[in-house]
Design a protein around this ligand. Structure first.
Ligand code: B16
Ligand code: MG
Length: 216
């Protein structure tokens, strides 16, 4: 029985994944790292800011102290947040508003489970802030995906058992986290070929059927 759907943010609800990529690429260029690619960026999906930084730094022989790494991560975040200034609801992916409305009218709780510490800002700017029963994000957690903490906190906030939650994710780390938390995992977008997911869908449109399949 499915009682709640927990949405990842970046790449599932909104298109901010492209803005993350641009900010990391700019940081890489400032460090004279050429050839930071979309493939590198794919490994940054769903993982924390500091883990994402390591993906960039793998591409240089230069060594950085922990303090320097914090400064670099902050620099990237400043560029990313600046690019969020013009964010509005046009950044919300196709079908999201309708799917959330369908879930709520069916009595299914909705939550966000995101690694991003910018989650509240992004939800506000995209008119999504009042669409969820709870938000769990990088500001609530000690451990990042693939650890299940962010999703377990979401489930706890809405008062639903993990076994009755479906997580929708676009990252391998997120699918792993959902399964480690004892939840159903739906893979979309970049995670579509992840074999650990219970089901993969190409678009949110097919999620209506997915929820019915899970035996609402
Ligand atoms: P921030 P999600 C994740 O969001 C991104 O996919 C990942 O690339 C990013 O490093 C992480 O948030 C942290 O974001 O730097 O804004 O705190 O996919 O879990 O919604
Ligand atoms: Mg994501």
């Amino acid at each position: 029985m499915i009682k709640a759907v927990i949405f990842d943010l970046d790449g599932v609800l909104v298109t901010t994944d492209e803005l993350h990529f641009k900010a990391w690429k700019r940081l890489a260029e400032e460090l004279d790292i050429t050839g930071f690619t979309k493939d590198d960026n794919a490994r940054q999906r769903g993982v924390s800011r500091m883990a994402s930084l390591e993906v960039v730094l793998e591409k240089t022989d230069r060594k950085f102290s922990d303090e320097e790494k914090l400064t670099l991560a902050e620099k990237k975040n400043d560029m990313y947040v600046k690019s969020l200034e013009s964010l509005d609801k046009s950044a919300v992916l196709d079908g999201v508003f309708d799917f959330i409305a369908y879930l709520r009218s069916s009595g299914i709780k909705t939550a966000v489970g995101s690694a991003s510490k910018n989650t509240p800002l992004i939800l506000e700017k995209t008119d999504l802030a009042d669409k969820f029963d709870a938000v769990s994000c990088g500001l609530d957690t000690q451990k990042s995906k693939p650890d299940p903490e962010v999703f377990l906190i979401a489930a706890q906030k809405i008062g639903i058992a993990p076994s009755e939650c479906v997580v929708i994710e676009d990252s391998d780390a997120g699918i792993e986290a959902a399964k480690a938390g004892g939840m159903y995992a739906v893979a979309v977008g970049e995670a579509e070929n992840n074999s650990k997911a219970d089901i993969s869908v190409s678009s949110l449109g097919s999620l209506y059927r997915t929820i019915e399949m899970f035996g609402r």
